[in-house]
Write a protein that binds this ligand. Structure first.
Ligand code: GSH
Length: 241
C-alpha cells in the first residue's frame, strides 16, 4: 500500500515529530519520512522550496494537496480524518484544548534546558537552566499533572474519551515517557499520585499497533539533542535545588 502522508521532521531526534509519528503508528496509517530516508538536506530543501503560507518549523505533514504544521493542529487534522479525534465538534475542540496544553508543557520542558536562547548551547545557559528546571519540577509539573488527571476523570477511562484512544492520549503517553527520561527522580516521586495518568499510559502502550511500533526500529530513543533531555544536574526530588 502506498503512503497516505509524508511526515517531515529532523531525522536524528524524536523531538516534537514523535507526537505525530506516534499517533500515525497507533492509528495504523501508512506514512513516509523523507528526511529519515534521504537525510536532513531533503528536509532543508523541502522547507526552502515552500513559499507563502508554509510551515514555520518541522514537524509538518503533507498529503500532496494539503500541508499542515504545528503538532496540535496536525493531530487534530489527522484525528478528524482517521477517527482518533471526535466526530462531535464540541468534543474535538476539547481535545484540541488539551492538546494545546501539551504544547505548552512541551515548550516549558524545552525551556528547562534552553531558558535563555534556543540558538545557544546548553553549556552556555546552565545556571539559568538550573533555575528553570527547579521551578518546572517543583511548581509546574504538579500543576500540569493535576490538570491532566482531572481531564481523565471526566469519563470512565482509561482514555480521555473513555474506552477509545484519541490524540490526547498518545501525547500524554509520550509526555510521561519523556519526563521519565528527563526527570527520573522527580517522576519517581510524583507519578504515584496520578493513577489516571498511569492507567492511560498503561492502556495506550498495550494497543496492538503501539506495542508493535515500540518494538520496531522506527522508534528512536530519546537523546540529548531533542526536547526530552536527561541532564542529571537538572533533576532532583521536589523543591531540592
Ligand atoms: N509550535 C510548534 C513548534 C515547532 C518547533 O519548535 N520545531 C522545532 C523542532 S522540535 C524546530 O525545528 N524549530 C526551529 C525554529 O524554531 O527555528 C509545534 O508544536 O509544532
Amino acid at each position: 500500500m502506498s503512503a497516505l502522508y509524508d511526515l517531515w521532521y529532523w531525522p536524528s531526534i524524536p523531538g516534537r515529530g514523535e507526537f505525530v509519528r506516534l499517533a500515525l503508528e497507533a492509528a495504523g496509517i501508512i506514512y513516509r519520512e523523507p528526511a529519515r530516508e534521504n537525510g536532513v538536506d531533503a528536509l532543508l530543501g523541502d522547507m526552502e522550496n515552500r513559499h507563502g503560507i508554509r510551515p514555520y518549523a518541522p514537524p509538518y505533514v503533507t498529503n500532496g494537496a494539503e500541508t499542515v504544521a504545528q503538532v496540535a493542529l496536525i493531530l487534530d487534522w489527522l484525528g478528524r480524518r482517521h477517527g482518533f479525534a471526535s466526530e462531535d465538534a464540541a468534543v474535538a475542540t476539547q481535545l484540541m484544548q488539551l492538546q494545546l496544553t501539551v504544547t505548552d508543557i512541551v515548550a516549558e520542558i524545552h525551556d528547562t534546558h534552553h531558558p535563555i536562547s534556543t540558538g545557544a548551547y546548553y553549556a552556555d545557559q546552565k545556571d539559568a537552566a538550573k533555575k528553570a528546571a527547579l521551578s518546572f519540577r517543583s511548581e509546574r509539573m504538579p500543576k500540569y499533572f493535576d490538570y491532566f488527571e482531572d481531564a481523565l476523570s471526566a469519563r470512565s477511562g482509561p482514555f480521555v474519551l473513555g474506552a477509545g484512544w484519541s490524540h490526547v492520549d498518545s501525547s500524554l503517553w509520550l509526555l510521561m515517557e519523556g519526563l521519565d527520561y528527563a526527570f527520573p527522580n522527580r517522576m519517581a516521586e510524583l507519578a504515584p499520585d496520578y493513577p489516571r495518568l498511569a492507567a492511560c499510559r498503561h492502556a495506550f502502550a498495550k494497543l496492538d499497533n503501539v506495542a508493535a511500533y515500540l518494538r520496531s526500529d522506527r522508534r528512536m530513543p530519546f537523546n540529548e539533542d531533542g526536547i526530552f533531555r536527561h541532564y542529571p544536574e537538572l533533576d532532583s526530588k521536589g523543591s531540592d535545588a
